[in-house]
Design a protein around this ligand. Structure first.
Ligand SMILES: [Zn+2]
Length: 340
């Protein structure tokens, strides 16, 4: 703490309200502006850039929308660099490094995006491209991995050590934290939960398999379940889900097929990873409470691990749309503090 205090990352203050006798403990307060980082969430339909301070505070945010999958990597780099200049002008503090979330298969060591199918990016050295443009060290991670990190550090999984984050947007992704540590796997590619095959006679997935979980619980599947046209704008889908929140019976009826696929996927996840908590992100965070409750009961009943542990919980993300952005900031902070 003395070292962090000496470089201005935290301040120590005597609390104004004292409880009990004896010398009061000093309050340690993060100083948000001390070593800000640039956090970037490259989404399929939106890019968000923020200057984030220690403690996870977003000091300033810029964002723009894309037509689904229409943004080239070069355009993204240009826009992100412009947003950085804008944010620095506004806030008067320079980022020390950048963390980036991409919805795809990302090599952690150098930020190479192998495949980001919904962005139509293949083999893009995004970490290097953005690093050159910004003149900063850049760390790139998969959006669901970073969502898991965000939930673990700032969200509903703060007190849990064994966590799976499952997020459904256009694609479905997963992030895994076991024993308090992010699971990496070879190359950092672990956690493609959306591509577990759950329905071998189901729809063709772009990955080459048929009936991946993504084809049954992704945005398009949710639209089918809600009788909405494919490509319905996100706010309309969210509004429809919210309208079902008040009527549990109706929600269970309309989403029974969808809930069954989610249950099947999560039963596999529980048996494989034995999390104490599953955090539902993206559109899954807006599922009606009756559906979440029913899926919880079913996965506890159907999986061996669920029956043995008995207490696995499902929670909806409190960070919602910011999970990947907050995770990108945490990814950068991990490195800031690792080298400090
Ligand atoms: Zn697939």
């Amino acid at each position: 703490m003395d070292e962090l205090s000496a470089v201005g990352v935290v301040s120590e203050e005597v609390p104004t309200h004292r409880h009990g006798a004896g010398r009061p403990s000093l309050l340690v307060l993060p100083q948000a502006e001390a070593v800000p980082v640039l956090a970037v969430d490259v989404g399929v339909e939106q890019v968000t850039v923020a200057l984030a301070g220690v403690g996870g505070r977003l000091l300033g945010v810029r964002g723009w929308t894309l037509r689904r999958g229409q943004g080239s990597p070069e355009e993204a780099v240009e826009e992100i660099a412009r947003a950085r200049v804008d944010l620095v002008d506004e806030l008067g503090c320079e980022p020390t490094r950048a963390g980036v979330s991409v919805p795809g298969v990302v090599r952690r060591s150098d930020g190479l995006v192998h495949e980001a199918p919904n962005l139509h990016w293949t083999g893009v050295p995004f970490g290097a491209l953005l690093g050159d443009a910004l003149g900063l060290p850049v760390d790139v991670g998969n959006d669901a991995d970073l969502g898991a990190l965000a939930e673990h550090t700032r969200g509903v999984a703060r007190t849990s050590q064994d966590v799976v984050f499952l997020s459904a947007d256009v694609g479905v992704g997963g992030g895994v934290i076991l024993g308090g540590v992010s699971l990496r796997g070879s190359g950092g590619y672990v956690g493609e939960l959306g591509h577990m095959v759950v329905n071998p006679t189901g729809r063709q997935c772009y990955c080459g398999c048929r009936g991946c979980l993504e084809t049954e619980i992704g945005e398009d599947a949710l639209c089918r379940a809600l009788n909405l046209a494919a490509g319905t704008p996100r706010p309309v889908i969210v509004a429809e889900l919210r309208s079902l929140a008040a009527d549990g019976e109706l929600a269970l009826h309309r989403l029974s097929g969808f809930a069954e696929w989610l249950t099947l996927g999560l039963t596999n996840v529980l048996n494989l990873l034995a999390p104490e908590l599953v955090v539902l992100g993206g559109l899954l965070a807006v599922l009606p409470p009756a559906v979440v409750s029913s899926v919880t009961t079913e996965v506890r009943r159907r999986s061996l691990v669920g029956r043995a542990a008995g207490s696995v919980r499902l929670a909806t993300s409190a960070l919602a749309g910011d999970a990947a952005l907050v995770g990108a900031a945490e990814l950068a902070f991990e490195r800031v503090f690792a080298v400090s």
